[in-house]
Design a protein around this ligand. Sequence first.
Ligand SMILES: Cc1ncc(COP(=O)(O)O)c(C=O)c1O
Length: 427
Amino acid sequence: MSSYEELKDISREFGSPFYLFDQQAFTRNFNDIRDAFGRRYARVIVGYSYKTNYLPYICQLVRRLGGYAEVVSRLELDLALKIGCQPAEIIFNGPIKSEEDIHLALSSGMILNLDTFRELECVTAYAREHGNKEIKVGLRLNVVLIDDEGKSHLQEALPAGRFGFPAEALDEIALFLRRSPNIRVHSLHAHVSSTSRSLWVFRTIARTLAETGERYFPDTLDYLDMGGGFFGRRAPAMGLIDTPTYDDYADTICAELKKHPWFEARRPHLIIEPGMALVADTMSFVTRVFDVKKIGERRLAVVDGSFYNVKPTMHRRNHPFEIIRKNAKNDEGIREIYSVVGATCMEKDCLLHEIDCGEFGRGDFFRIGNVGAYTLVLTPPFIQPAPAVLVKGAQGYEAIRRRQEFGHFFDCYSMGDPKELSCAMSF
Ligand SMILES: Cc1ncc(COP(=O)(O)O)c(C=O)c1O
């Protein structure tokens, strides 16, 4: 916990609002999830899902902890290479890969999981041109997640997801691959974004991977990749009370896989791709009270951050928070119901809904927790520049991302005079 004076000094030096990254918490999460699986199956690989939070500092930390990079775009791929990841330790997923991306992945030995027939065709053309080389690829499977009660566990309760190859396409793929003897399917991947993040979901994925592996690629697989989508540590303040632990997930997945004699005989590497489960509870957002207002029955704290900084997915749940006051005694008086509203001009820009708290004033700080996942990466540059991200080292706080300046924001725009148009634009 930081004191008022400390936060004031930080905001003077780095600008307000700002994020704080807790490196110890991240390291603990990483080691704990890896060990939970490692205790049950030695050949486990943790591929950190870059999209969840691609602060280069965090990606570098993952590399040092022995994790792989899980990337889904050329942007993320280039970041992984830039920070020194070995190509063999990059898992390249995602629905859009250009021919150039695929050639780069194949020629440098990344774990490339294909999503479509277009990608497969691109790989077979590459394999023809490199007939004397073994070309290793992975396939993403489309796993059906309808339970015994007919309920879909997919996001939006969709009957089927949009990613990967459905089971009914696998015969055709096997036939297709027979014409390219130098292609070897060495990885099966099955990330699913489920709403329940339940053990049933992961048991189903593990079973699908093992059954598909045994049936179609029994002698070539080196990797079974479960994807991400795990809950992180329980957070009662966010309603995460009875959620599965890392040990529960590891138990369920490893027990299911070990039921299959093929898996025990082949012993492929087991990849997991956690994002949220590693990073969500490792960042907090600190924002300063600019004004305190009363409008009708509503009491409002107006702060210099926005809801985009804490929940760009715009859900209404409150994250855990604390108020750091100049005058700590203000917490001891009467309590009121406040909403904490942000710096944009949108009515729905509410960082905390109807919280019950003691008095506070201009200049006090709110620190909002559990904001490490899908915040930085989803925050559009809207009205305000992106805040700094800080980590505490031996010499005090250090920026691992500087606050955006005018130039970072507008340098890619033309500031020139509007064109003289000679004719109307038509489509
Ligand atoms: C392929 C893939 N792997 C891993 C993840 C990480 O998911 P989460 O942050 O829910 O763990 C995602 C997220 O959508 C993904 O698409």
